[in-house]
Design a protein. Sequence first.
Length: 350
Amino acid sequence: MSTPHATPGRPRPSTVTEHLAGSADSWHGKITPDGPFPPQKGRYHLYVGLFCPFAHRANITRHLKGLTDIIDISVVKPYPKGDNDGWPGWRFPASDDEYPAATVDRLFGSKFMHEVYFKVDPEYKGRYSVPVLFDRETGTIVNNESAELLRNLQTAFNTLLPEEYAKVTLYPEHLRARIDEVSGWMGPDLNAGVYKAGFAPSQEVYDTNVLPVFAALNKLEKMVAENGGPFLLGKELTEVDVRAYPTLIRFDTVYVQHFKCNLGAIRHDYPQLNNYLKNLYWNVRGFKETTNFKHIKENYTKSHWDINPKAITPRGPYPDIEHGYEPDLAKVRIGGVSMPEVVELERQLK
């Protein structure tokens, strides 16, 4: 009898960089009127983890585009994850009451996320990651890459949506060059940068990788002030905000202590970004609704045994996010971390 460790689809170990970049086994389908995955209400199902910043992007977009009644959702538990190879991976609760805001697998009643992958490909050897967009009709995964879902969900269901949602775009023509430019450094330096610092295998690797994180934060701090807010590129909510928010909202909560990204904290050292976050969380529909601090805290602190072997989850910071958005950004101090190495890296960002 084979053991779980002999399961054909069990993934190989991967580096942090490989994991964040996705797998060669990923699905890259799109929902389009003339393709194999046409837009239909109730046909597609989204699997997410509320802890995962990359799944968070897709879920925010689902809310911003008014797709909550068109695409239903299943939510995995934030822990346990499994061994160093990711086996057996994310679990579903046995009932919707087992863990707050986690759900059973509403499609198949699976115990583990890997079962959904194996239904499509019994020999799958990639990561059992979230998000996953699943097609009920063809019985396959449409896409499991967050950046592609962020882009595709903006237009995929416009023919089914009322005008107020159909017109929502996070990638407007006149800002596309700037969105691509900012995303080009924010992705590796900030979104993935916290992981590269947090999972560093040595002091030298950590010392190198923690610096770009704060160079990116310094740049964003000045950017929101210079553009006048309330969003990073000015008055329009864009993909840049949907990419930034999941990392920023987790920063003080987990990355400062758990990933040792403690050269500064958002609420103390970045007043503009703290003010920006308060606006998104409290005032923009879709951000608070998709943010769950319990899932976020317990995922990181209870599933990374090599970083936090006793699995103790800190009580703070308190509050999870502050109140009191100031719309007049001229009244908000521009902060940042002034460490010379950070400032030099910041100068290289455009």
